[in-house]
Design a binder for this molecule. Structure first.
Ligand code: ZN
Length: 166
């Protein structure tokens, strides 16, 4: 491979300035020819430094990322609801997932009291799926996941809630 001596002594990473063996460097695609064949080469910086770089890049761009996500969410409310439902289901499948979800929600509520109250009010007023399902889980002890499989059940619960409010 490029940049490595035959005796596999390793190479100095220009970032951390440590000499590391070939296995500590990842292989990256150098260029793609017109016929689709890829020329591979060994990365210039070591795997560890690549990871650090990724993390820094992410935290640098976090605000921008969040902004983009918010924009997407606002312009695709239906798609957002769908993907939210999917991820909620995924988390609700395991206890550790449930805990992660609970913690994240709690943290968010603590940091965004006003927003959380407003959202709660909107959910309650419009009887959104998650609100109806939450009440159903409490009342029937049926798994959230099972309830989501039966949309009629959610619809009935919505009617019950509406009737109670009359
Ligand atoms: Zn390095």
């Amino acid at each position: 491979m490029n940049g490595f001596k035959k005796e596999k002594k390793g190479r100095v990473c220009p970032k951390c300035e440590q000499e590391k063996p070939e296995s500590k460097y990842s292989t990256v695609c150098d260029r793609i020819k017109k016929d689709g064949t890829r020329t591979l080469r060994v990365n210039r910086i070591c795997k560890k430094c690549v990871n650090i770089w990724h993390r820094e890049y992410k935290s640098d761009k976090r605000d921008l990322c969040n902004q983009k996500t918010n924009e997407w969410r606002e312009s695709n409310p239906g798609k957002y609801r769908e993907s939210k439902k999917k991820s909620d289901l995924k988390y609700s499948k395991t206890d550790s997932g449930k805990n992660i979800h609970k913690k994240a929600t709690k943290k968010w509520v603590n940091e965004n009291r006003d927003k959380a109250n407003k959202t709660m009010r909107t959910c309650r007023n419009n009887i959104v799926d998650s609100y109806a399902v939450g009440l159903l889980v409490k009342r029937t002890k049926i798994d959230r996941e099972e309830i989501y499989k039966i949309p009629e059940l959610i619809e009935v619960e919505r009617l019950i809630i509406k009737t109670r409010r009359l």
